[in-house]
Design a protein around this ligand. Structure first.
Ligand SMILES: Cc1cc2nc3c(=O)[nH]c(=O)nc-3n(C[C@H](O)[C@H](O)[C@H](O)COP(=O)(O)O)c2cc1C
Ligand SMILES: C=C(O[C@@H]1CC(C(=O)O)=C[C@@H](OP(=O)(O)O)[C@H]1O)C(=O)O
Length: 362
């Protein structure tokens, strides 16, 4: 399998949820970048499991141990590797799942693909836990991007039937985007946040789960990043966003709604802003035309499925007996992956954007 993403900044991920640890190596970073380790820890804490009724009860500190590429407070320019130890594993929860595979999870497909040799404990390499190293890599990339004037932030656009306000040009400010990091359920409308919390807790009470949509924006991007066709901004971002376990949809700007609109509603009119910069009055195209940034906020949405591991009885099969079977998943699971996936989406965006900025046109 390939655990590597990127052209200029290559990110390679390793580890299993119940193995010794998980980690990441970043190749192609510049030397001499001062890394703010506290800022990295804050990013890790946003995603870390445990400590909230909205999260899985598995509790991990997720403190990255830097093994290489960092010396006297600066990147050296050689591969930067971070290791995160797994501490709170409870592998007995998974004993039955190798045979009676979970509907919606990767137990069956992983067993087929790796002929039964995969580490099935805790979902192994398919686990959402593998997004912890991605957040580390993203936190490093975010710091480099910030020095180039690029800020990324994401909020929860919806959970189940509860909707937050969508980001507009006016709300795509550095301050608002950076402020999302301080909220457990990052939203523009606090009432929507409270209703989302209720929706998650209600599903959990019923042994069920809910999904939702994350909306992410990047501001401060120059016009002219990206290439047409295979390396379009949408293609590169989608590649890494769909790698996040549980992500089932990615859309840019007005997304699928644009399909039922008219051209006059979807063409963002151009104007000069008085400082010689070309801007658009609206941003239905999410800051991308022809796969290339146009200098407006880059805006996209990511749909997450409801968590597969639910406490309700489900139909499955026994792979060993080749017979139908019933399954109740025991163990510690997120009733909704969306809140913890928010920093993961930001991290994935930071990695992809820095990678694209490292190209010929940077
Ligand atoms: C941060 C995060 C936490 C997750 N937590 C769980 C969980 O507790 N239980 C679960 O069944 N799936 C969880 N998932 C999703 C599964 O890992 C994912 O559904 C599974 O690997 C199958 O992949 P797919 O949904 O992309 O097909 C989580 C995903 C992320 C990103
Ligand atoms: C450990 C994390 O989340 C895990 C993601 C996950 C899954 O199937 O994706 C299943 C659960 O694993 P376990 O049964 O080992 O507790 C979650 O707790 C994490 O995100 O760090």
């Amino acid at each position: 399998m390939s655990g590597i993403f990127g052209e200029n900044i290559k990110v390679s991920i390793f580890g299993e949820s119940h193995g010794g640890g998980i980690g990441v190596t970043l190749h192609g970073l510049p030397s001499g970048v001062a890394l703010d380790m506290e800022a990295i820890s804050r990013e890790m804490a946003r995603r870390a499991p445990g400590g909230s009724p909205l999260s899985t009860a598995r509790s991990e500190a997720d403190e990255p141990e830097i093994l290489s590429g960092f010396f006297n407070g600066f990147t050296t320019g050689t591969p930067l590797t971070a290791l995160i130890r797994n501490r709170d594993t409870r592998s007995r929860d998974y004993a039955q799942l190798q045979d009676t595979v979970r509907p919606g999870h990767a137990d069956y497909t992983g067993a087929v693909r790796y002929a039964g040799f995969q580490d099935y404990r805790g979902g192994g390499h398919f686990s959402g836990r593998i997004t912890a190293p991605l957040v580390f890599a993203g936190a490093v990339c975010k710091q480099i991007l910030k020095r180039k004037g690029v800020v990324i932030g994401a909020h929860i656009l919806s959970i189940h039937a509860v909707q937050d306000r969508a980001l507009e040009i006016e709300t795509c400010t550095e301050q608002i985007l950076a402020g999302f990091a301080g909220q457990e359920l990052p939203v523009l409308d606090a009432q929507a946040g409270a209703a989302m919390r209720e929706a998650i807790l209600e599903a959990k009470k019923q042994g069920d789960s809910v999904g939702g949509v994350i909306e992410c924006a990047a501001v401060g991007l120059a016009a002219g990043i990206g290439d047409p066709f295979f390396d379009s901004v949408e293609s590169v971002l989608s590649h890494i966003l769909f790698a996040i376990p549980g992500v089932k949809g990615v859309a840019f700007g007005g997304g699928f709604a644009m399909a039922s609109q008219r051209g006059s509603q979807c063409n963002d009119p151009f104007y000069y802003d008085g400082q010689g910069r070309v801007r658009t009055r609206t941003n239905v195209n999410g800051g991308v035309n022809g796969g290339i940034t146009n200098g407006m906020p880059l805006c996209f949405q990511v749909a997450c499925r409801p968590t597969a591991s639910i406490a309700k009885e489900q139909d499955t099969v026994s792979l060993e007996k080749k017979q139908p079977a019933k399954l109740i998943v025991h163990g510690r699971h997120d009733p909704c992956i969306v809140p913890r996936a928010v920093p993961v989406v930001e991290a994935a965006a930071a990695i992809a954007i820095l990678d694209m900025m490292g190209g010929r046109r940077a």
